[in-house]
Design a protein around this ligand. Sequence first.
Ligand code: SF4
Length: 358
Amino acid sequence: MPDPVPRRFAGRLLAWYGKHRRDLPWRRTSDPWAIWVSEVMLQQTRVAAVTAAYERFLQRFPRPADLADADDDTLLGAWRGLGYYRRARLLRDGARAVVERHGGQVPTDPEQLGALPGIGRYTRGAVASIAFSHPEPAVDGNVERVLARHRGVASAVKSGTGARRIRELAMELLAEGHPGDVNQALMELGATVCTPRRPVCAECPVAGDCVARRDGTTAQLPVLPPRVAAVKVATCVALIPWRGAQILGVRVAAGAINAGQVDLPGPGPLVACDGPEELAAELEARGLRCTVGGALGRVQHGITNHRITVCAFAGASPAVRPRPPWIAARPDDPDTPWTTIARKVFATVGLTAEERSP
Ligand code: SF4
């Protein structure tokens, strides 16, 4: 006798999704390129930030060939506000491979999709199921949580056994049809109802046979790896005006955090700095001699498990234009990929209106 749970689950899930799904721009298209872009943007970035960037990005790069041609500044400028810029470069690597291997068309075959640079298991499953209706699981943290709770998966979901079990459960649901909708509905349920801290079981369409709800184990499931302890860093940057409305910045070297972007002068986001004297000495060691004065403001930022406090100090313009990697640009220049910390500082001191630090 076939297990009745997957059929019942899929039916209730899809009925709920039909009524409650959020109207998001990437849900109004079946263009595989647009879906790919949205899935990459949504990894580790809030829906609100992605909504603002998604249409702007696709207007600029409507096809993979348009992104394949983009230089670093254009790419990072279009990616602003999303963070984790490595994803943007990987997306461009993928677009270039689509042009070279597939004549500019995103391949329909999941194997070929998965062989593109930057496309991992999750993105392959999302694009293949949503754009091409292939029964491919797309397992992200939301899907892990819903399935682990509903079916009472006691193994760690990142372990070999746990991950295999979650994929099996997802495959059982996909066998019921409508794979793109099933994958998106699972993610939606995890994002809006079966949330990490306070699942709203009373509004859940599959609550009737949920193991975690029955056993009172929603707080224990899914079993996740232990959290890495937060590391606090206090550092400094200089805000140095240049010829009126421009600000001096520094192009971040390859291999460093935020490589290719433009940061404010300082020792780097993960390097502690004690105040204006240490900051001035740091800048001089890097070839920028200038006086650093009073504090202008403070911003908070997180990079992986680092909780960074950045104090911005006023710097005096140097007598001669510094050479690269130092550059000068307006804070609101859309073609200069200022780092998120730099944009938070600009907003905090009133130079721009976005990215204010909490
Ligand atoms: S009943 Fe509660 S724990 Fe179970 S799947 Fe629904 S929201 Fe999650």
